[in-house]
Design a binder for this molecule. Structure first.
Ligand code: DX5
Ligand code: ZN
Length: 218
C-alpha cells in the first residue's frame, strides 16, 4: 500500500493545528515528525512537546523520525507522547543497542523503523529487516528540508526491496528528502511505498490530495 507522510518540518509552526487539519483533509494517513538534536545532524528542530501537541489534535499515524544520538534513551518518552512509529538511525547505535531498541519498541506494540543516511550501504540493514516494520532510505543528507533528491540512493531502495522479498517480508520502505511530483515516481519504481513530503506538501503552489500526489507514482 502506498502512502504519503507529510513532514511538519516545512509547516507553519504558528498554525500547527491548522497544518495538521490540512494533512487530514488531504486524505493522508501519516504525519512525519522530524526530531533533530543539533548533534546527530547539524540542525535542531523540535521534541516531545510537539509530538504531544500533534497527538492531542489528531488520530493520524504519528511517524517519528529520530535524527538524534542515543535514540534508544528516548523510546519510552516518544511513545508516551504518542508516537505510532519510531524510526531511528543505524549510524546512531551499535549492533547490541539496535537489537535492544527494536525489541523495546516492538514490545510496546508500536512500529519500529531503521533509517540510513545517503553514504551508508543498504546491506547493513539486512540483519534487522526480519524484525522491523519499516526501512527509511534518506534521499538527502538528514538535517534540513528543501534539499535536492539524490537519485543514486535508489539502488539502496531496490536492494532493500529485493532482500525483503527474498525473505518473504512485507516491509514498508520510506523515502525522505526532495520528494516531489517527479522524484516520487523514481522512488516508487525503485520499490519505495511511503513518501515523506515536507516542501512538496506544505509549500506546494496548489494543495493536492494524497491521492493526487500518489497518482504521480503510476
Ligand atoms: C530531512 C528530514 C525530512 C524533511 C524533508 O532531514 O528528515 O523529513 O522534512 O523535507 P523536504 O520534503 O522539503 O525535502
Ligand atoms: Zn524525516
Amino acid at each position: 500500500m502506498k502512502h504519503i507522510s507529510p513532514s511538519i518540518l516545512a509547516s507553519n509552526m504558528l498554525e500547527l493545528g491548522n497544518e495538521i487539519k490540512k494533512i487530514e483533509e488531504s486524505g493522508a494517513k501519516y504525519v512525519h515528525i522530524d526530531i533533530m538534536d543539533g548533534c546527530f545532524v547539524p540542525n535542531i528542530s523540535f521534541g516531545m512537546p510537539v509530538i504531544s501537541a500533534v497527538r492531542g489534535c489528531t488520530d493520524l499515524i504519528i511517524d517519528v523520525h529520530a535524527m538524534i544520538v542515543e535514540p534508544d534513551r528516548y523510546i519510552d518518552e516518544f511513545i508516551r507522547c504518542g508516537a505510532d512509529i519510531i524510526t531511528f538511525h543505524y549510524e546512531a547505535l551499535d549492533n547490541t543497542r539496535i537489537v535492544n531498541a527494536i525489541e523495546k519498541i516492538k514490545a510496546k506494540g508500536i512500529k519500529a523503523g531503521i533509517s540510513i543516511k545517503p553514504k551508508t550501504e543498504a546491506e547493513v540493514l539486512y540483519p534487522y529487516i526480519k524484525d522491523i516494520d519499516m526501512v527509511l532510505i534518506m534521499t538527502v543528507e538528514p538535517g534540513f528540508g528543501g534539499q535536492k533528491f539524490m537519485v543514486d540512493t535508489m539502488d539502496k531502495v531496490r536492494k532493500v526491496r529485493e532482500y525483503a522479498l527474498s525473505i518473504g517480508k512485507e516491509l514498508d520502505i520510506q523515502v525522505d528528502g526532495g520528494i516531489n511530483d517527479t522524484t516520487i515516481k523514481t522512488a516508487s519504481d525503485a520499490g519505495a511505498n511511503i513518501f515523506v513530503l515536507g516542501t512538496g506538501f506544505f509549500k506546494a503552489e496548489k494543495t493536492k490530495t494524497a491521492e493526487e500526489i500518489l497518482l504521480n507514482t503510476l
